[in-house]
Design a binder for this molecule. Structure first.
Ligand SMILES: *Cc1c(COP(=O)(O)O)cnc(C)c1O
Length: 497
């Protein structure tokens, strides 16, 4: 399998290079030149397998320069070493009738980012051995919350790597902050910055492109790399769980092999739903991919009208991991639907930078409407959905999952489409306990994070994941906060150079 770039179809690199470099040098995103196909027979054999075996089968179709032994080592390290609290890794839970939720938050940080970030360090290690042998990989992350912690957990004590995470001092939830400041591991560092998420991200970008610093790293036989969702190594693990969910529905006799399903995804950067789109293109029978957004509804408008317009008010919502106006992974979808026309993609992305918006051609718009549906809801509707879903269905969802549930209900009501559905559930409700409590019983909202975890448990009878409860006992290791101008020094200090 050869990988190319959305902005230069002349690029031809193996998977290991695409994963070690993260982003193509002209700024495009790597993706495979063709999409491997699953026949009905292939699906039938996957139905009989467990999650680890399914992951091995899917990864081996994409990472053709990895040996079977390497793939097996990566997959077992991520999913079979006790880091996921559920033996099924990504279990399907029935919500009602033919509607299931796919719980993607059984990993160490209780958000779906673990599904990819537990595997990425292994993939990156093997990739680096092949593409840049002997080099130490230094991962830099700017995070608004979930990605930073998931990356820290994934990379902690992984030989040949170091990781440093920057987060906005006042821009993450108290629980997310504690998750990061108490991080264990000998190769990790965490630093708050005085500024918002954009400042953190700009600071990290400036360090990535600092030529002199790059040279100093080279002298130390090290290089920077990225763990954010534009890396193909983060996308490929996500394709696995959609295929696995389909197989589970067949195995549990909820559907027959060949029946179509709808997939609903609470969306921010478009990574998770793009993975569902790849599963569909590989041959999983999918009717509609339903893209759910919060009040930052740039994707809803895009899917309905073909106009992507990022020039709009930015809302800070109770589903913060979806507060985003420029969804980077959309570029990959457009490239696929525009028949790999790199010149066309370059012009769209250029317009986005210059004007803040672009229109797609009618041909591409029709293809999008064919595969996708979209909707959004505001914070009030999100809370109302959490309360109603708990009361009527006995299911407690987090704020992001609730957006998907609401958008799905609206879709089903408007279209009458009763195709069996899988709704991606992306975080534990205990990660956003204040908002979830407010939805269920506003008077139960308190000041203390750990008190609120207990209150939520008592109110719902649902157990809080031990990883979150256990934070109360952990020592703060990284209480430092630096000015954005000092981020480079923080990196130098961590590297000891
Ligand atoms: C990151 C995240 C999302 C959005 O996923 P994308 O791949 O960026 O679309 C949704 N929910 C939660 C809880 C997340 O952490």
């Amino acid at each position: 399998m050869v990988y190319t770039s959305t902005r230069n179809s002349g690029v031809k690199v193996p998977a290991s290079q695409a994963i070690s470099e993260g982003i193509s040098s002209e700024g495009g995103l790597f993706l495979p030149v063709s999409i491997p196909q699953l026949s009905v027979e292939d699906l039938k054999s996957l139905v009989k397998k467990n999650y680890v075996q399914r992951a091995e089968a899917v990864l081996s179709m994409y990472l053709t320069d990895f040996s079977a032994e390497e793939i097996s080592r990566c997959v077992s390290g991520a999913y079979a070493s006790g880091k996921f609290s559920d033996p099924e890794v990504a279990p399907l839970k029935k919500l009602y009738d033919n509607v299931h939720v796919l719980e993607l938050w059984k990993g160490p940080t209780c958000a779906f980012k673990d599904m990819a970030l537990q595997l990425l360090p292994y993939l990156l290690n093997v990739s680096a051995e092949k593409a840049v042998p002997g080099k130490e990989i230094v991962i830099l992350v700017a995070t608004s919350g979930d990605t930073g912690k998931a990356a820290l957990e994934g990379f902690k004590d992984v030989a040949g790597t170091k990781i440093m995470v920057f987060y906005p001092d006042r821009g993450v939830s108290p629980m997310q902050k504690l998750q990061m400041t108490t991080q264990e591991g000998a190769n990790v560092a965490v630093c708050a910055i005085e500024g918002n998420f954009d400042d953190a991200q700009n600071g990290v970008k400036a360090i990535f492109t600092d030529k002199a610093l790059g040279e100093r790293l080279k002298e130390k036989n090290a290089m920077f790399s990225s763990a954010n969702s534009i890396n193909w190594g983060r996308l490929v693990p996500q394709i696995v769980y959609y295929i696995s969910a389909y197989c589970d529905l067949v195995a549990k006799k909820n559907i027959n092999l060949g029946d179509k399903i709808n997939i609903v995804v609470p969306t921010g950067n478009f990574g998770n739903i793009l993975a569902a789109c790849y599963a569909k293109k590989m041959g999983v029978p999918v009717n509609k991919l339903i893209c759910a957004s919060n009040s930052n509804n740039v994707l809803t408008e895009f899917i309905k009208t073909g106009t992507y317009d990022s020039r709009r008010r930015f809302y800070t919502t109770i589903s913060p991991s979806m507060d985003i106006l420029v969804s980077s992974n959309l570029e990959r979808l457009l490239y696929l639907l525009a028949d790999m026309d790199d010149t066309y993609i370059k012009s769209l992305m250029n317009e986005l930078v210059i004007k803040g918006s672009y229109n797609i051609s009618q041909g591409v718009e029709e293809k999008i409407k064919d595969s996708f549906a979209a909707g959004y809801c505001n914070d009030g509707q999100t809370k109302e959905t959490i309360a109603r879903t708990f009361k009527n269905r006995g299911y407690l969802c987090d704020t992001h999952t609730a957006v998907a549930v609401k958008v799905y209900e609206d879709y089903r009501h408007e279209t009458g489409d009763g195709t069996p559905a899988v709704i991606a559930s992306t975080a534990s409700p205990f990660k956003f306990s204040a908002s979830v409590l407010e939805a269920l019983n506003p008077s139960a909202v308190g000041e203390d994070e750990f008190e609120m975890l207990k209150t939520l448990e008592e109110l719902t009878g649902v157990n809080c994941p031990h990883q979150l409860k256990g934070l109360e006992e952990k020592k703060i290791r990284f209480g430092n906060c630096c000015a954005t101008g000092d981020m480079k020094n923080a990196v130098l200090e961590m590297l000891g150079i």
